[in-house]
Design a protein around this ligand. Sequence first.
Ligand code: NAD
Length: 716
Amino acid sequence: MLFSGKALTVQMLDNGIAELKFDLQGESVNKFNRQTVSEFSQALDAIEAADGVKGVLLTSGKSVFIVGADITEFGDAFSVGAEGVADLMNQNNENISRLEDLPVPTAVAINGYALGGGFEVCLGCDFRLMGEEAKVGLPEVKLGLIPGWGGTVRLPRVVGVDVAVEWIAAGKEQKPAAALEAHAVDTVVPTDKLKDAAIKLLERAISGELDYKISRETKKSPIPLNDTEALMAFFTTKAFVGQQAGKNYPSPVAAVESIEQGYKLTRDEALKIEQEKFVFCAQTGTAKSLVGLFLADQAIGKVAKGWEKKVDKPIERAAVLGAGIMGGGIAYQSAYKGTPIKMKDIDQKGIDLGLDEANKLLSKLVDRKRLTPVKMGEVLNRIEPTLSYDDFGDIDVIVEAVVENPKVKHAVLKEVETKVSEDTVIASNTSTISINHLAEPLSRPENFLGMHFFNPVHKMPLVEVIRGEKTSDFAVARVVAYANKMGKKAIVVRDCPGFLVNRVLFPYFAGFSMLVRDGADFQAVDKVMERWGWPMGPAYLMDVVGIDTGVHAEGVMAEGFPERMGKTFTAASDVMYKAGRYGQKNGKGFYSYEQDKKGRPKKVATEESYELLKPHVAERCEFEKDEIIERMMVPMATELARCLEEGIVDSPAEADMALIYGIGFPPFRGGIFAWLDNIGLDEFVKIADKYADLGELYKPTDRMREMAASGKTYYG
Ligand code: NAD
């Protein structure tokens, strides 16, 4: 053994090949944490000092190769400033260049995921062999960063500038076929034959049959592009990448600039440019937020897995009541992810619509070659439409998705409870009605809870799991396990009107109503909030949700929280509702909707809305951008703080992820609590106090004031 550490070992094989095996003790995956980076340096010392090393083979002792840098270490390193970031990067940059400069051939057996730093070390080798199940890629832009261990230097020298830009700017994982086609790897072999194949290749290089120095020289030299080619490659690409990413996500453009500014240089000079760009990106708020989100996502995943461990049995049979927009979506998602589901309605038309929707979604996947027609048939076979409760006895979880009317829901829930077994868990997909209230007529309220999906079900990642006063852990575990199986992000919250997401969304809409009442142009408000990062502004969002649905929910919220959300004036949404403008669903709301070339609704401004609003709003006036943002965001943020204080949600991380996954809160801001921490609670309280006249929704809680006074933050 040439070297033996806690993260990797180096062993001499019989033929003079040194096998450097990554196998991080106590972890299920390999990652480049400080320990691994430091041992990698020591391993290279040992290899350089040893006699008789004829070649070096990199392998992994786990099912993945290396998943990347240890993101949990980023926060500390990045907070030290530019030097801290550079320090974190330097040692492994040196390691990879040392590996590349060894006087013997090197190869890597990529048996599983090789992402970020994991793939960058592969690019430092002369030969890359990839297993059939492996994936490679440089996903750093998803964290607001760029590859920092030579990815922007070596990848374009290996696969060409165009492919490198595409891979790095999109941050996508690449399958073996794509990696081979791009020449990012030399060959693809069945995983169990990978090591033998790598050894054979190295032996051929050692014997001189293969020249390993050619690819090495290419990676260390400038890229042979003339000025015209370079102009074509970088000028249009940068504009395109910038437009795709948007101004709030600077790292994809920084990655292209790193390639552009380094292409005429040698490897070592280009690595310095990359480092400068990496340090710049690491210090942006976007990187801080996206790294925070990555960690928060892991945290909510752990909580969900914890619930799943408590489940009494795997979820094998499900049912949905109501085959409408939501019921159809739930049936599709359940069947697509492998759980057979009965879809019950009282109306054959509803069933036909539900099935039609599933058919359309599946056909699209077949058209895009992401599903075979045979698999499509299998998925459809997992949906069993029915107009009766026959054979409901052995269902594990039932999701009720009938119309949003407490009386209808009470009747449906009471009836279905008599058709199922004692341990069947019944969940309601209600968006607003209290779970405790819905549980009232049930004889087994412990088996009842909320399972709130978002529209469209197949696209929106979040499922709010709402536990009522009497809901058992057993029921929560089953529903979280079912959500996990459906590929959703489950967040468990407690019962209250609107639960977590709608409870904070409606104060935001209230902020909008007050702005319009006071003379703001709804289109201007939409534009400002979209620039702030929301996928759509509040007027457009209301149109998409459905103004009838929105007005109904506003009523429920007003009843639940009269002191803050009680109605005191005719809101713009009421005006639209009374005029029969229900939004996208009937082609007119705040905006009018036309079909675009692909048959999708396209919004257009219309004078009619302004005319309708005129009698109810102050004379049109311009509001400063900051005032619009503050008047929209203060009610939402204070309501979210209330939810945390009341225990509706357990942690800031869960609350932040719920809003990102449920309503598209801008990820680069890291979530509302992260945003509050970022601006500082003392500053937030000062902002909120400016608007105290607007009512209770603008008053920070006592706890927020205390935290502001003592300099506390939500993420600590
Ligand atoms: P929808 O009107 O599209 O569908 C309701 C379906 O329920 C209809 O097909 C109707 O025939 C059927 N139905 C009525 N009574 C029934 C009964 N007794 N048994 C079986 N089926 C019955 O409504 P939707 O938009 O799908 O909403 C359903 C539920 O989901 C509501 O509680 C709603 O608040 C909630 N929700 C809706 C959205 C959304 O954006 N649409 C989002 C989240 C949650």
